[in-house]
Design a protein around this ligand. Structure first.
Ligand SMILES: Cc1cc2nc3c(=O)[nH]c(=O)nc-3n(C[C@H](O)[C@H](O)[C@H](O)COP(=O)(O)OP(=O)(O)OC[C@H]3O[C@@H](n4cnc5c(N)ncnc54)[C@H](O)[C@@H]3O)c2cc1C
Length: 433
């Protein structure tokens, strides 16, 4: 089978390796040059995904640090304890991209850099190939790994039933830069990785991370738009709170976008499959797009190899496997996320500052130190909850709605049946209307 992958993203490269191993003719087209795949910074990757998928941890990776959260208008961070051996890996994206490309090439896939795919060739209800430099390249399957704003996904005909774009409130617009450390300023001892939730009431987050490589990693992310004035004023605020952030950008220093919504309800069509950010595979507001895309790449490759076919029935099995193993929880998280985003900032502040959630609770939830919750602790929580009952009840309502959405997502039709799939899609769409 001839397979074209658009974009040397994580899921595309992972599937390219598996498919090439299965004997398929795979070509990945990437618009960046060799050595420049992906972002010029480190991102956090789930600690166990490398073992699970038998991928080596890139040599220049390091364990990330405990994270703390600061509620809006608060100065009391909530420390999230994590056992050392369960800490995520901070992975340098260029190195990781190169490694995945090399691994795909070792199995026979071809990675072609500095090449922009212009458009898809679409014939009726099927994708037949791509256009590059005006030349038509026909193939049996196009894997769209071109990112969250994929113009290819947006160009698909309505009859395929694939969502074209994320709504404004389903995209996180970020500015990310690693600054030098200002000389003479001391590093914080405990809160070395501080995330500001809805800083100054803004719809989004900011973070400041004291990196082991001697830089101050700053992110400013907002839902909807992120005008330059917002970046400037947020940077000013962060520098006042963290005088250690210097003036020079050492690396990064660019804008990017992250999907923060449930995954595509239909990821496949005849001759087409979306993977990674172009299928909205990140966990809403939490991230983890790398681990999700790696798993998706494996599922896609394995299903095609097993069936030795790229029929819509085979591609649907990839989606089913992704939903059942990875995506279903994202629906629950999305429901809770939507509620928290519209919550009153002072309610969020209360929950974190009053002791309703404590560092001990987090330790318990994340499997670290700390035992069962005592009767006294439960009583204290109930007493604190009474003061913000409407808010607590609304979050519980969102949780219940989320559990319902998760169960619907889990009940994805296991065989490709257009009528059944349309009914399933409609049910899930109603949850987020
Ligand atoms: C600031 C930031 C922080 C993040 N932090 C984390 C984190 O800590 N952990 C985590 O797991 N995830 C994180 N993510 C998300 C993560 O980057 C993605 O989920 C993951 O990389 C999967 O994206 P992708 O490979 O599908 O798409 P992308 O990374 O967007 O890659 C798409 C590729 O397609 C190429 N391309 C696009 N159009 C064309 C075209 N027409 N022709 C040829 N090539 C094309 C692009 O050049 C690019 O290489 C973060 C994202 C951002 C922006």
């Amino acid at each position: 089978m001839k397979i074209v992958v658009i974009g040397a993203g994580i899921g595309g490269l992972q599937s390219a390796r598996v498919l090439a191993e299965g004997g398929h003719d795979v070509v990945v087209y990437e618009k960046s040059s060799k050595g420049n795949i992906s972002y010029d910074w480190r991102d956090d990757v789930e600690y166990n995904v490398f073992d699970e998928l038998n991928i080596p941890i890139p040599e220049d990776s390091h364990r990330v640090q405990n994270v703390s959260f600061l509620a809006p208008y608060s100065d009391k961070p909530l420390f999230v304890y994590q056992d050392e051996d369960k800490m995520e890996w901070g992975v340098y994206r260029h190195t990781f991209g190169d490694m995945l490309a090399t691994r795909a090439e070792e199995k026979g896939a071809k990675v072609v850099y500095d090449t922009v795919v212009e458009k898809l060739i679409i014939d009726g209800d099927a994708v037949k190939g791509v256009v590059i430099n005006g030349e038509e390249i026909l193939c049996d399957l196009v894997i769209d790994c071109s990112g969250m704003d994929s113009k290819f996904r947006a160009s698909l005909p309505e009859c395929m039933g694939i969502t074209k774009r994320a709504n404004d409130d389903e995209a996180f617009n970020v500015y990310r830069a690693h600054f030098n450390k200002r000389e003479g300023e001391k590093e914080p001892e405990k809160y070395r990785r501080l995330v500001y939730l809805k800083p100054e009431g803004a719809l989004g987050i900011s973070w400041v991370v004291c990196e082991p490589d001697g830089t101050e990693n700053v992110l400013i992310g907002r839902i909807g738009s992120l005008p330059q004035e917002e970046i400037d004023s947020s940077l000013k605020m962060l520098r006042e709170a963290h005088p250690i952030i210097g003036d020079d950008v050492v690396y990064g220093g660019r804008r990017a976008r992250i999907p923060i919504r449930y995954p595509l309800l239909k990821m496949v069509a005849k001759g087409y499959v979306a993977i990674g950010d172009s299928a909205f595979m990140t966990i809403p507001l939490i991230g983890s797009g790398i681990a999700c895309s790696l798993r998706a790449g494996l599922f896609l490759g394995e299903e095609i190899n097993k069936a030795n076919s790229v029929s819509i029935e085979t591609l649907w099995k990839y989606q089913v496997r992704y939903y059942q193993n990875v995506a279903k929880e994202h629906f629950l998280i999305d429901c809770v996320k939507r509620k928290i985003l519209v919550a009153d900032n002072y309610d969020i502040k209360y929950v974190i500052e009053s002791g309703f959630i404590t560092e001990d609770d987090i330790k318990m939830l994340t499997g670290g130190e700390g035992g069962k919750m005592s009767a006294k602790a439960i009583f204290t929580k109930l007493r604190l909850a009474l003061k913000k009952l409407p808010f607590i009840m609304s979050v519980l309502g969102a949780l219940l709605k989320g559990v319902g959405a998760m169960n619907k997502a889990k009940n994805i039709p296991t065989e490709y049946d257009e009528k059944k799939i349309a009914r399933w899609v409609a049910k899930l769409e109603r949850v987020f209307e």
